[in-house]
Write a protein that binds this ligand. Sequence first.
Ligand code: HEM
Length: 433
Amino acid sequence: MRLFPFGTTAVANGPALINELRNAPDDAFSFAEFADKARYTISPALKESRYHVPIVRTTLTRNLAGLFPDLLDEMNSAFKESIFNLDGLKDGEWKSIPVHRNIMELVCRTTNRLVVGAPLCRNKEYRDLIINFTIDVAKSSMFINLFPTFLHPIVGPILSQTNKTQRKMLRLAGPLIEERKVKLAADKNYADKPNDYLTWILEDAPPGFEQTTEGWAIRLLQMNFAAIHTSSATFTHAIFHLATQPEYMAVLREEIDTVIESDGWSKASMQKMKRLDSFLRESSRLNAIILTSLNRFALRDYTFQDGTFIPKGNFVTASLYSLHMDDENYEDAKVFKPWRFVEMRENGEEGESVKHQFTNTSVEYLSFGLGKHACPGRFFAANEIKAMMCYLVQNFDVKLPDGVTERPTNQYFGTSVTPNQTAEVMFSRRKRV
Ligand code: HEM
């Protein structure tokens, strides 16, 4: 029996169904087919090849410790050369800053130091292109999805901005791609070969379209699409929590100052900051980037163990929101308890420590997805966001603007969640005692 019209999304609720969805084979519920929804807004190439995924999951993650100094170098100058520079401010004076857009700038520049390197990561036109690209993709896919699937091949190309964006990307990044391609062809270990994402995709691209300047430009756009808004939103949500309850600053500061003083700035130091890790996991539990996770497309009929029948041609997803807000899974689930996970780590049994870390996925925690398609960039993202939180906590005091008592409300576009786009937070130079 067909339960719903072709193209409907079924929502799996609760750990048991979500576990079954996670374990279902790709020939039943396909991630790539779901991702192909972006064929008009990003590119059909992403269905043909997903060679970037192991590069993000393995090469980037393995290189994190070695590349951490580059990330810090860019982050430090990005903070100093942006609206977050409070140098002119007197002690105790506050400056109001619209957070989300400025955090996107910081994250975009810092991330791209490891994606394309300097100086391109500092090019304002390049950064604007990337930041606006994600917004364009979200908007145009919302419009495209208002039409029935059989009309997408017609309305998709009309409503999407992707051709214009790709042309701009080719103009901005094309010369760098060409230059590196020529150098690699002459000598695959040429002197000063950058160790970054662009080099890795130049080395690993499968033959054909992927080995063209256009193919590489699309992979750069796609990587930025996956990385920038997700990390910026996560960091902004954490800032909103801290500004709403600045009493948590002292605890974070104690941990961060102690670790940095004894171990310096490194990936290993980030690992040691259990309170910071817990703060970010809790903030992301309440403010994940999506209301539903594990989006898949049914390539064949599938019957869940509880009898729920999903006909071929429909979408399936997992309800993240109800899972994260359920008192059965989290005591006082709607309350922000920043030390919730560090307490679980400390009070739990052996092995529990890893289970409650920021980057750990489970049937109770879906902010990074779950199973074989869980976010491969989460280890990078966690380290980058932690480094930025450390910078913030070490250098600034934060609070909500005068007269504002509530945390800025989140905004929703379909199932996407973003931090409040316009909300401001007051920043002041840290009072040294
Ligand atoms: C806090 C920041 C981030 C969040 C919350 C996040 C979240 C997610 C989620 C929910 C998924 C879908 C997983 C699923 O359906 O099971 C995903 C996939 C993905 N993410 Fe992230 N992400 C973040 C940062 C990043 C970064 C920094 C990168 C790249 C460096 C990245 C690269 C990807 C890629 C390539 C996929 C597709 C995986 C596949 O095709 O199997 N993400 N991410």
